[in-house]
Structure formats: structure tokens, C-alpha cells
Design a protein around this ligand. Structure first.
Ligand code: DSN
Length: 437
């Protein structure tokens, strides 16, 4: 590579990739992104992600690296750690996990041995693959027992979780969800874990931004381990962190010498060792810098207001969908997401409806509903949320308009004239609430 190529822009170097990126920018600007796990990343976060920090190898932790020349990445990683601790009120934070799935497996690896028993929420009732699904490493390495939601209310049933915990006697109880529209009682999960002598772990990936902004109760500081991605409601780069208490409250120290006992009691040390060298190599310091930027943005009063507006918008959208005759799992929402149950229009309609909505410029995702009678590939639900619309500045009034479009298309997904008309309305609305310049 010549010096000239080294310094030339993406458009000059590779017009094919540059054009695809421009197409994506246009898609984002011209459509309503309502996938609840997506948010738009700020220019500042993207600048940090695209910075020279990408070139640095820095295995280890700040001031304990296996490479020289790490002083600047030491500074940025320390800043990210301190900002995350302050934002969430965490005793210890590891900012190196590359993704939410990695973070969960690293958390398990820190406190479990293969074969240990764990409780987690079923994927088809709102959980996540890494919460013990049989096809995932989590379900293969550990003996997961899955809890679900109540068949009538579709709400988490804490008494049922307690009953299962008493029967199974797990070493760890995982809370958190990817498709649960209601407030999660993390304190109840922690108390159940305490009662049965298990660690408590909360995966707050979906609601981290709501928690940071005070729009959902936090599992900190009491939960033993808390994992989160940084790119959902937190609006940061595509990555993750692990937070934990410093002390391992379940440490067995009998028969250990002083040094061994200290290590056994050090939960923070176990988490760090599980991330590196336990499972990852060099940290992505450019992404860690972007996480630092995201934590700074999430600590502002504007972000707090944004987090609360996400929920207000979600509730307004729920009201409109219900008024339009749609069925919502749990009957509504307390957070950023809604789950439409399309079973009244026919089992397995989620695919058809989410594709029709996408043709109209409304991006959602098909999803199972609790006790779905169809398959995960052709499920009966559509999952959607309000983070990106809220980022664009939309409020309750716009949610009413969007809700009407969704109701119409849910009823007539193959009416292409309706889809076309809706596409026009979506374009007009997006034009009034621009995203990226
Ligand atoms: N894929 C994420 C979601 O959409 O909820 C979970 O990892």
C-alpha cells in the first residue's frame, strides 16, 4: 500500500463499499426503524469507532499490558470504566467484551463449571439464545432450566421462578429478556437467588438506556453480575460490558490459605480473568473509546429526558395499536418495546406482516409470542419499539399516525396499494424528522 492510498478516503479507495454505505444511510433516513434492539449511533461515537485506536494491540488491562505504547489506550479504557461505574453505580466494570453474547458466556465462565445448573428465561417467551437455549453454547455447557411467563397474563411469574429455583437449586439465576414489554423486578430475582444460594445475574441489554436514564428500575448495585450490550437503548457502539460486585458473596474459603481465599472472594478478578485471558484476545480499543463517549452522552439530562420519552412513545403507540384492534402481549408496555400477537389473524403471520411493513419503510422484526403455535422462522408475532423514532424527535402525536399505518398493514399485508400509500406517508414523516445529515 502506497502512502497516497494509505491517506485517501473511503470513496477514493473503494467506491463500491462507499456506495453501499450511502445506500444504508438513505435507508435509515427514509424509513422508520422500529426494531427495538436498534438505535442510531451518534456521529461522535462513530468517529471514535473509526479512529486510529483500531490499530493498537493491548492485551491485558490498563497499566498491565503485554505490549508497549499502550499509554493512550490505557487512558481511554480507564475513562470508559470510570464513566460506566458512575453511570450505572457499579462497583466494577469490564469494558472489553466484544458483544452481548460474549459477555454472557464470559460471565458464566467466571462463576460456573461445565454442568452447573442455571435458570434462564425461555427464548420463545422473551429470553435470549445465551440464556440457555439448547443450540447455544450456554445450553450445551451448563445444565440450564428454563422458566417462562404465566400462560394467562403473559407476565413473569416470580413465584414460579422461586418454585423452580427451590427444586433445581441452581448456582446462577439469569434475569433479563429480549422480548418482554414489562418492567422486570430485578430485586425479586436477586432475593430468589439469595434464598437458594445462587448468584444473581441480570442481562439488561435491551433496557440499559432506560436504566441509565432512570426510566426502568436498575438491578445495580445489588445484583452480583450485570451484562449489557452498548448499542441498544444505550445508543453506543456495537459492543458490550460486564458489571459486577467486587466481592464474591458465595466464595468457599474453607481450607484455603490467605492468598487463595482473597482470590476466591474476588468476583471482579474472576470476571476480568474470564474475559482476558479466559476467552478474548486483544481488546477493541477504538470501540472502548466509543463506549466512553456513549457513557458520557448517556449521563446527560437530555439522555434522561430521551429515555423517558421512549417509554411515553411506546405507551402512546400501544394505545393506538389496541384502539385499532390489535392484540399486544401482556396487553401493553412499560418499556421501549411492544410485541404484537397476530394469532387472531392466523397462526404464523409475523413473517408476512413484518415484510409488508418493511416494504412500506417501517422496519420491525418477526418474533415468537408466548406459547406460539408456529415456528421461530414463521412466528405469530411482530416485535417493535420506539428508540429510533424518539431519537428523531418524534412524540406521542407521531406515534398515533405510525400506529394507524401498522394497524392497517397488519390487517391487509398483501394490499400493495396500501403499502405504497403508507410508504409515501412514511417518507413525508421522515422528511420532517431528519436523522443523519
Ligand atoms: N439480537 C438481539 C435482539 O434483537 O434483541 C438480542 O441479542
Amino acid at each position: 500500500m502506497s502512502f497516497k492510498e494509505f491517506n485517501s478516503s473511503l470513496a477514493e479507495t473503494d467506491s463500491e463499499v462507499a456506495v453501499i454505505i450511502e445506500h444504508e444511510k438513505k435507508r435509515l433516513n427514509d424509513g422508520l426503524v422500529m426494531i427495538p434492539s436498534e438505535s442510531m449511533t451518534s456521529t461522535a461515537v462513530m468517529e471514535a469507532t473509526g479512529s486510529v485506536l483500531t490499530s493498537k494491540y493491548a492485551e491485558g488491562y490498563p497499566h498491565k499490558r503485554y505490549y508497549t505504547g499502550a499509554e493512550n489506550v490505557d487512558d481511554v479504557e480507564t475513562l470508559a470504566i470510570e464513566r460506566a461505574k458512575s453511570l450505572f453505580g457499579a462497583e466494577h466494570v469490564n469494558v472489553q467484551p466484544h458483544s452481548g453474547s460474549n459477555a454472557n458466556l464470559q460471565a458464566y465462565n467466571a462463576v460456573l463449571r461445565p454442568g452447573d445448573k442455571v435458570l434462564g428465561l425461555r427464548l420463545d417467551q422473551g429470553g435470549h439464545l445465551t440464556h440457555g437455549h439448547a443450540v447455544n453454547l450456554s445450553g450445551k455447557l451448563y445444565e440450564f432450566h428454563q422458566y417462562g411467563v404465566d400462560a394467562r397474563t403473559q407476565l413473569l411469574d416470580y413465584d414460579a421462578v422461586l418454585k423452580l429455583a427451590r427444586e433445581v437449586k441452581p448456582k446462577l439465576i439469569v434475569s433479563g429478556a429480549t422480548a418482554y414489554p414489562r418492567t422486570i423486578d430485578f430485586q425479586a430475582f436477586h432475593e430468589i437467588a439469595q434464598e437458594v444460594g445462587a448468584y444473581s445475574m441480570a442481562d439488561i441489554a435491551h433496557i440499559a438506556g432506560l436504566i441509565a436514564g432512570g426510566a426502568h428500575p436498575s438491578p445495580l448495585p445489588f445484583t452480583d453480575i450485570v451484562t449489557t450490550t452498548t448499542h441498544k437503548t444505550l445508543c453506543g457502539p456495537r459492543s458490550a460490558i460486564i458489571m459486577c460486585r467486587n466481592e464474591d458473596r458465595l466464595a468457599q474459603v474453607e481450607g484455603l490459605d490467605e492468598k487463595q481465599a482473597k482470590a476466591a472472594k474476588n468476583l471482579a478478578g474472576k470476571i476480568d480473568k474470564s474475559v482476558f485471558p479466559g476467552s478474548q484476545g486483544g481488546p477493541l480499543e477504538h470501540v472502548i473509546a466509543a463506549k466512553a463517549v456513549c457513557f458520557k452522552q448517556a449521563a446527560t439530562p437530555e439522555f434522561k429526558e430521551f429515555a423517558h420519552q421512549i417509554v411515553k412513545n411506546s405507551r402512546a403507540l400501544a394505545d393506538e395499536l389496541l384502539a385499532g384492534g390489535l392484540t399486544l402481549v401482556t396487553g401493553g408496555t412499560d418499556n421501549h418495546l411492544l410485541l404484537i400477537d397476530l394469532t387472531p389473524f392466523g397462526v404464523g403471520k409475523g413473517f408476512e406482516v413484518s415484510e409488508a411493513l418493511a416494504r412500506a419503510g417501517i422496519y420491525t422484526n418477526r418474533n415468537t409470542v408466548p406459547f406460539d403455535q408456529s415456528t421461530p422462522f414463521k412466528p405469530s408475532g411482530v416485535r417493535l419499539g420506539t428508540p429510533v423514532l424518539t431519537q428523531r424527535g418524534m412524540k406521542e402525536g407521531e406515534m398515533a399516525a405510525v400506529g394507524k399505518w401498522i394497524c392497517a398493514i397488519a390487517r391487509q399485508p398483501s394490499d400493495e396499494a396500501l403499502v405504497e400509500r403508507t410508504r409515501g406517508g412514511v417518507a413525508e414523516l421522515c422528511g420532517r424528522f431528519p436523522l443523519y445529515a
